[in-house]
Structures are given as C-alpha cells and as structure tokens.
Ligand binder design. Structure first.
Ligand code: GDP
Ligand code: IMO
Ligand code: MG
Length: 426
C-alpha cells in the first residue's frame, strides 16, 4: 500500500491549498479533487510563473501524475475545457486528466438559477461565486441532475431536453433568462466529444492505484467552515468540504486516508456573507488585505480579514480528524507590533470555547484575545524553523500548544520554494 495524504482547508477557504497540494504533488502518483467545482480558485507559483486553477487538480504540471476529477465534484464542461486549453497554451499537455463518469455536470441553467436565487435572497444572500454550484448539487440530491456518463452518452440530447424544460420553467417563474435548447445542445455535444476520452471509472482507477502501492494526494477545495453540514449554515457552499467528503467523493473507502493536513492561514479571511467573529473592519484588517493580496481568485472580491480564530480551528480539527497543520501566509504578519489570536468567545454573559451551530449566535460572539509580540524581520527567505525570529517561533508554538496538533509545515511566500517542512508527512 502506498501513502495517502489529504490536504484540506481548515478555515473559510483560500488557505493556500493549491500551493501546498502542488508542493506535495512531487511525491504523489495521483492527485484528486473530490468536491466543489470551479467555485475554487487555487493559486500556484513556481519558476516565476503564477497559475490559477479552478477545476483541474494542482498536480497537473507534472505529466507523470494522474490528475483525477472524482465523483464528488461538479464539473462545468465549458469552464473545464477553457482551463485545460489555457494550460496547454502555457506548455502543459494535460494528457494526465481523468474525469469520473459519476460526477455531476454544471449547465448554464444552474448558473442562471444561482444568480436568480441570490437576487431573491436580497439582504440574506449567501454571496456565492455564481458558478452554479448550489443549483447543481441541489439537482443531484433532488435526483434530477445529469452525470458525466449521461452527458457523454448516446441519450444526452433527449435527457437534456427534458431537463431543460423543467429548468426553464423554474427560470421563467423567477423572471430569469431562459436557456435556448437548440444552441446550447450543440455546444454541449461538442464539449462532450472533447471530454469523452478523459471520462473513466475513477473509483476503480483510484483503488487500483492504491492497491499497487501508489501515493495518493487528495486536494480539498473551499474550507471546512464552508462545509454544508459543519459550516456556518446557511452561509456555506453545497458540498462536503470536510474529510468525510473524500469518502463519498471518491470511493476510496474509509481507510483510504493516512494523514489529514489542515491548511491554516496565519490569520483569518472570508469571502461572501456570514458571521466572522474576529473580523477586522479597521486599518489592521485593511493592512492584512493589502499585504496578503486578499482578493478573490474567482470573483476578485476583496476578502474580509481578521485575526486567527482558534475556537473555529479546534472545531475544524475535530470534525476533520486533522493530524498535522500547515501554517501559510506567515510572512504577511511580518511588521505588526503585536498579533492577536482568538482563544475563546464571549457570548452574552458566558465564555465559550466551542463553535455555536447558529450563525445568528455566532454573530453575537465577541473574540477573547491573547496578544502576542510581533516581529519585523523579513521571513520570506527562511529555510528552517530555527531561522525564524523568536516572536514568529513563539506564534507557531503558541498555536500548536493551543490546538494540540503539530505545525509540521509552514509557508512564507507564494512560491513553491517558500515552503518549510519541519517533519516529513508524505
Ligand atoms: P487556495 O484556494 O486555498 O488554493 O488559496 P488561494 O490560491 O485562493 O489563496 C492563497 C493566496 O495566497 C494565493 O495568492 C497564493 O499564491 C498565496 N500564498 C500561498 N501561500 C502563501 C504564503 O505563505 N505567503 C504569501 N505571501 N502568499 C501565499
Ligand atoms: P477555494 O477552493 C473561499 C464561498 C463563497 C460563498 C460560499 C458559497 O479557492 O478555497 P458557492 O459559489 O460555493 O455556492 O458559494 O462559499 N466559497 C469560497 N470562499 N474560497 C473558495 O474556494 C470558495 N468557494 C466558495 O464566497 O461565501
Ligand atoms: Mg482560493
């Protein structure tokens, strides 16, 4: 049996999963996306080039790595082909892509419904990426979705026609823009022809690879606090972001994951609506946003910023079974005189250490902070933990002690080389 590592976001997304997955993909034979879709924006930097991936796994740059889009993912065929074409243009042949015959397809009607649903929610809107993710997963659970095997199959035209009639009725009732069958079916047929050679039984592929001793790397999208079950509902995405998502999103079985690496940004960010107890609406928050270039990769929205929230992180560790942490964007905190870390919430007249289920209650929670000393020396070139200034070391030690999970990896810049492994985990 080879090794397997799950890389997942422990906060509200954009923790640097793409960078870290890409870093570990050197040791992987297979890299797999298991949930979400092109709502994800994973940035990878190496050899002075920056790449942004949305649907394609972050191992794609190495031809020897099999990159799998597994059954738990929702795939927009047009966006996928555009992303692949872009990579081919950049010199990566992309002959190493495998798409599950069971993953669900995102169509234009899903995108239109995402837009209309958001508009309808008015001031209660989720703040989605408007990529059709929610409507596609809804169709899946309503059992009216279209899977890849049917998208590339001989009955596609009929099935799509039936489906579109239902969906256009929905769109009409919301005064939206209906999708034209004749033009869209032609485009989808062309896309299906392009995609068909990549479609396979990824459950068999994956289990065979694992049995034959290959190393498997699972790449999470979004963050645990956006999980449809465990996240700050209703301000969440529609997929199983947490580690359970790997099992239902790939078919690897419940013994398929050896290590769970939680990617933790050294502070906290969030895009979209919902409670955010440590949010900073002042110049410190603004400074973090500017230093960390905290603008969405997919929607270019400014990300909300705040101090690290250990209450939320403890919860994340629990629900995922996180065995190891990678602390990213530590360099962004350089230059602050002091850095605060939230260790508990003040909720009414109580001090609590767990995350409340209700977003309304979470909105009322005030962070209880521990203040640590900052550091001013540039850390973006350090190669070992020992080279860090004492206060940065103390920041890491403090988080480890509070969370009782080792920070085995940390990151001090966007480049692949700016990654420091303290203990080998894969
Ligand atoms: P993902 O969605 O989890 O893959 O994260 P994103 O790519 O959306 O956002 C992370 C951003 O931080 C990207 O622009 C990365 O290039 C960048 N990044 C990753 N790690 C570091 C780091 O340690 N320091 C700095 N300064 N930037 C980083
Ligand atoms: P990566 O993989 C950050 C957020 C949206 C919104 C909510 C629901 O790059 O970390 P959706 O379009 O999924 O229905 O939106 O989830 N969201 C993300 N936030 N990073 C992401 O992905 C996200 N994907 C979705 O902003 O609040
Ligand atoms: Mg992102």
């Amino acid at each position: 049996m080879g090794k397997s590592l799950l890389v997942l976001g422990a906060q509200w997304g954009d923790e640097g999963k793409g960078k870290i997955t890409n870093y570990f993909s050197e040791k992987a034979d297979v890299v797999i996306r298991y949930q979400g879709g092109n709502n994800a924006g994973h940035t990878i930097v190496f050899n002075n080039h920056k790449y942004a991936l949305s649907s394609i796994p972050s191992g794609i740059f190495d031809e020897n790595v099999k990159c799998v889009i597994a059954n738990g993912v929702v795939l927009n065929p047009r966006a996928f082909i555009e992303e692949r074409n872009q990579l081919i243009k950049q010199g990566f042949p992309c002959n190493n892509l495998y798409i599950s015959d069971r993953c669900h397809v995102i169509f234009d009607h899903h995108i239109e419904l995402d837009r209309l649903n958001e508009e309808g929610l008015k001031d209660k809107k989720i703040g989605t990426t408007k990529k059709g993710i929610g409507p596609c997963y809804s169709d899946k659970t309503e059992r009216i979705g279209m899977r890849m095997c049917d998208f590339i199959g001989p009955n596609f035209k009929n099935r799509y026609k039936e489906l579109l009639e239902i969906k256009n009725r929905q769109i009409r009732s919301l005064n939206g823009k209906e999708i034209d069958y004749e033009t869209s079916v032609l485009e989808y047929e062309k896309l299906a022809d392009l995609i068909r050679p990549m479609v396979t039984d990824t459950i068999a592929l994956l289990n065979n690879e694992r049995k034959s001793g290959k190393n498997i790397l699972f790449e999470g999208a979004q963050g645990s606090l956006l999980d449809v079950d465990f996240g700050s509902y209703p301000y969440v995405t529609s997929s199983h972001v947490t580690s359970g998502g790997v099992i239902c999103g790939t078919g690897i079985g419940c013994h398929g994951v050896d290590e769970v690496l939680g990617i933790v940004k050294a502070y906290q960010t969030r895009v979209g609506e919902g409670a955010f107890p440590t949010e900073l609406l002042d110049e410190v928050g603004e400074l973090i946003r500017e230093k960390g270039h905290e603008y969405g990769t997919v929607t270019h929205r400014p990300r909300r910023t705040g101090y690290l929230d250990l209450v939320a992180l403890r919860y994340s560790i629990l629900v995922n079974g996180i065995t190891s942490i990678c602390l990213t964007l530590l360099d962004v905190l350089t230059g602050f005189e002091e850095v605060k870390v939230c260790v508990a919430y003040e909720c009414g007249d109580k001090i609590i250490h767990t995350l409340p289920a209700s977003d309304d209650v979470l909105k009322q929670c005030k962070p209880v902070y521990k203040t640590l000393k900052g550091w001013s020396i540039d850390i973006s070139n350090v190669k070992t933990f020992d080279e860090l200034p004492e206060n940065a070391k103390e920041y890491i030690r403090f988080i480890e002690n509070e969370l009782e999970v080792p920070i085995d990896v940390f990151s001090v810049g966007p480049d692949k080389l700016q990654t420091i492994v303290r203990k080998e985990i894969f």
